[in-house]
Design a protein around this ligand. Sequence first.
Ligand SMILES: [Fe+2]
Length: 386
Amino acid sequence: MRKFIALPRIEGRASRQAHCDLPEGTFERELGKEGFFGPATMMYHAHPPTGWTGWEGPLRPRAFDLDKIPSGMASPWKAAPVLSNASLKLRYWRCDRSMDHLVRNADGDELLFLHRGSAELFCDYGHLSLSAGDYLMLPRSTMWRIEVASPVDLLMIECSNGSYTLPEKGLVGQHAIFDPAMLDVPAIDDAFLAQQGEHQTRVVIKRQNRLSTVTYPFNPLDAVGWHGDLVPVRINIRHIRPIMSHRQHLPPSAHTTFLGDRFVVCSFVPRPFETDPGAIKVPFFHNNDDYDEVIFYHAGDFFSRDNIKPGMVTWHPCGFTHGPHPKALTRMYEQTKPGTDEYAVMIDARDPLEMGEGAAATEFEAYAQSWQSPGPVKAPSRKSGS
Ligand SMILES: [Fe+2]
């Protein structure tokens, strides 16, 4: 087990409880290792830590509008990587027609998130109907195809050379966030049996990002039954019940949905705002000093960010301090709404990500400047809060 130099100390004017009861006139920034599970310090600043006036060099936050990627890709293997590293490949597949072949990803488990549309999925294990907001985890080398009911936009998150697992729920127990009994699996139903037959079928296999095609004189999705614990699972993001505290803003890790080998997938879903007068009601400023952070915006009103709409992705690389935009900061202690209204998928990657060709043409260039405010920003007084 790794040993950190863990020695909590307090210097100067500081709160004793993270994210609550900040010293008057200050902004809080969390500096954290290991995705905030390692050593962390809350620092209290006179200015917003994002109050820069210039930004140069290769390190920068980026945003991509994936809706600018053309639709009409008949195979998921046509979708170019948006962001990737050795343990993670993020692609955006926009498909407006049913697949005429099967695919198999031999490079790792695949997590699909259906952003828009609806489709019927057929795979080794049976049939499953997919609708917007569905996560579908397909174990490595599962054969599958979709029949499109209405054009689909799918975020594909490959756990390269690895496997997805569910997070430890720890103190809150196994039924929190979502009950494992909520996970749906494909069924060997009438629709699945009806698509079987002696027709020639191609399977396009991806291995080491190279494609090979195997042709069968019959449909190899011909199972009549199965049993086991290696199985695709589906849960809709609207079935996730967030953990929250009315007295403290919880970190994104409280919303972990799936674990990859060197990354995590979290789901942001609507929840009430904190009501304790001393608790901040917006995400705290932070630098996540070991991770690159990616957020895909699915639906709703993204309360901490301007210029963001559904279908966009933000990428905050390690080394970039970020937090609420100036407009959101004015609501640090007093929200006008009872809660958040956003659905988003967050991916925190332990290793640096690289931008892929699927991202380059869709970049929102002004994103790094989106925190800039017309003048100095003063910390709101928590005494005026609710
Ligand atoms: Fe972040």
